[in-house]
Design a protein around this ligand. Sequence first.
Ligand SMILES: Nc1nc2c(c(=O)[nH]1)N[C@H]1C(S)=C(S)[C@@H](COP(=O)(O)O)O[C@H]1N2
Ligand SMILES: [Mo]
Length: 436
Amino acid sequence: MKKRGIHELYNSDPVAADEELWGRQTHPITRRGFLTRSSLVAMSTAVGASIPFAHLMPGGLIPAALAQSDAPFEIPGKEGLVILNDRPVNAETPAHLLDDRVTPAKHLFVRNNGIPPTTTGIDADAWTLEFGGESVAREITLTIAELKKQFKHYTYQLQLECGGNGRSEFVPPASGNQWSIGAVGCPEWTGVRLKDVLEFVGIKDDAVYVAYYGADIHASGDRNKVPISRGVPVEKALEDETLIAWAMNGEDIPPMNGYPLRFVCAGWPGSVSGKWLNKIIVRNQVHDGPKMTGTSYRIPCKPVAPGTTVPDDEMCIIESMPVKSLITFPKSGIEHADGKALSIRGHAWAGDLDVSEVHVSTDFGATWKKAALEAPANRFAWQHWSADVEFPQVGYFEIWARATDSAGRSQPMVLPGWNPKGYLNNACHRIAVQVV
Ligand SMILES: Nc1nc2c(c(=O)[nH]1)N[C@H]1C(S)=C(S)[C@@H](COP(=O)(O)O)O[C@H]1N2
Ligand SMILES: [Mo]
């Protein structure tokens, strides 16, 4: 059986795939919970090689060679991204296409909650940004041309990660786009500091929150509803790196990523970075716009057992994203010649914090080797890491990467705390390597 065939089968219908591939076995193998002693032979067959470190593999682990998908999808200008949903459009980036130090426009994921506005042919300089809310001193409107003229420009490399990145791993499953690992990117953004603009507009002493509205339309088509309007506490909003941006990587922001203007507030869930930005409000209370309440971008304040129904007043808004890393080279599933070291690399990031260390393992986490780690280009930029690894013999191996943040917290090897909507999965990324 060809590996490709298994990929396709599993991507289209995991249950049917399990039946077709393993139906005649006494102990059927499910995609979630792959490994039991009895399935070892079947698993080796499926990955096309023996697995020398099989005895170290945690029970229930699906080999990365089978768990990952790179089925092609085309959005103009976003070639190679994997579609998760087309209404609204959501597409993630396979890890190996995130190898660039600065994420190119074509490889930045797309996460839409509603219908994007049509912006082709508009006069971007005339696009307006309105200021309002109970705690704003002056209700004024500025055009992009005025923003560009009146305030100092800043360029920062800022990481953007959807709070639901990694959702597909949760058991019981969480509804929503089944992101695997690619709802993240780190382009360079150019714009003005929100704090400079808010200093000009003026905020009242009772201000506690700053929130955005965008020009996209609710998925139902109802113009009285907005798809999403989120915000952050004033202190986070006023950080140096919080931008009102009109450019990404020195060019117009791509249409699907918020052209002509977006809010960029790095380190927190991507949902706080409003696209097609047309209004900023300063609030005297925690913002209560769509996707601020209930189970949206909120997690149980205290850990709960998987599947628990959590009362509303025991849910807390997600703030800084947890430490995480990606292996961006090589691509999962490569063949590597026995006896030679393999140079691997990737990025790591840690929400509001820095990454202090990255370790890699080739034996399912039994032993770890420290990787070389670079400083970030600026605060909130992901950090590049690299390492050389060796394999003791031919066979199926996995490379795992684990980052540690400046507060000493590391990525878990297994799924972290369950929550109703499947946020904040920062489990280690892993790739498959066939040593031949
Ligand atoms: N106006 C608007 N802003 C938005 C969204 C949206 O649907 N509409 N999605 C948010 C979410 S959930 C994420 S993760 C990021 C995704 O940004 P990207 O599509 O540029 O990658 O945008 C955020 N900003
Ligand atoms: Mo998101």
